[in-house]
Design a protein around this ligand. Structure first.
Ligand code: AMP
Length: 216
């Protein structure tokens, strides 16, 4: 099963991808997570990436494509994968098609999680993540019961550096101009399924899995 999750920052792609990996036991490849890890480790790549991420801009394609190519070579991707936050523009989508056709594993589904633009800002400014286990919360919609700590593991909750208002505006602009056109790109290949991203997490998950079951 080879799936791409599309949708604006804050649409809930990551949340849904995490539920999909639990259900289908295939890896989630989140370029944002990989980049944040490189930033946290202070690697040269992480240092380069941080300057773009802090501004809400895309990290250069060359860097991201290298990371994805390496990740796809790992054995756990043999059964399939869920790409989350990649591709982000047409050049990345074309490069991905090239990589996957070489290994005869074309994409099967591009799920677009659609959320009205006005809702995204509130979702992103309210977003908090557990430093230890990655569990996500939202101070407006789904706060942790214990305040600043994770309900699951007690870890510290933090706000991502790029979830601040000015950076969010830029990220949403970048999404509209560079990433949203991918819906047309994958529609042309007949693999897009558009899912409303409003409603409960479980309802949205149900709609996504219904589409996945059709391709299995
Ligand atoms: P995300 O967690 O997917 O919202 O990504 C956070 C930030 O990481 C983005 O605003 C970009 O700066 C960078 N990033 C993540 N994925 C990509 C990608 N596929 N191409 C370029 N930059 C990316």
């Amino acid at each position: 099963m080879r799936i791409v999750m599309l949708g604006a920052p804050g649409a809930g792609k990551g949340t849904q991808a995490k539920k999909l990996i639990e259900k289908y036991k295939i890896p989630q490849i989140s370029t944002g997570d990989i980049l944040r890890q490189s930033v946290a480790e202070g690697t040269p790549l992480g240092k380069e990436a941080k300057s773009y991420m802090d501004k809400g801009e895309l990290v250069p394609d060359k860097v991201v494509l290298g990371l994805v190519e390496e990740r796809l070579k790992q054995g756990d991707c043999g059964k399939g994968f869920i790409l989350d936050g990649f591709p982000r523009n047409t050049a990345q989508a074309e490069a991905l098609d090239g990589m996957l056709s070489k290994i005869n594993m074309p994409l099967q589904l591009a799920v677009s999680v659609d959320v009205p633009f006005e809702d995204l800002m509130k979702r992103l400014t309210g977003r908090r993540t557990c430093r230890s286990c990655g569990q996500m919360y939202n101070v407006h919609f789904s706060p942790s019961k214990t305040g600043g700590k994770c309900d699951k593991c007690g870890g510290e909750l933090y706000q991502r550096d790029d979830d601040r208002e000015e950076t969010i505006r830029k990220r949403l602009q970048v999404y509209e101009s560079q990433t949203a056109p991918l819906i047309g790109y994958y529609s042309g290949k007949g693999i897009v399924r558009r899912i409303p991203g409003t409603g409960s997490i479980d309802d949205i998950f149900g709609k996504i899995t219904a589409e996945i079951e059709k391709i299995k």
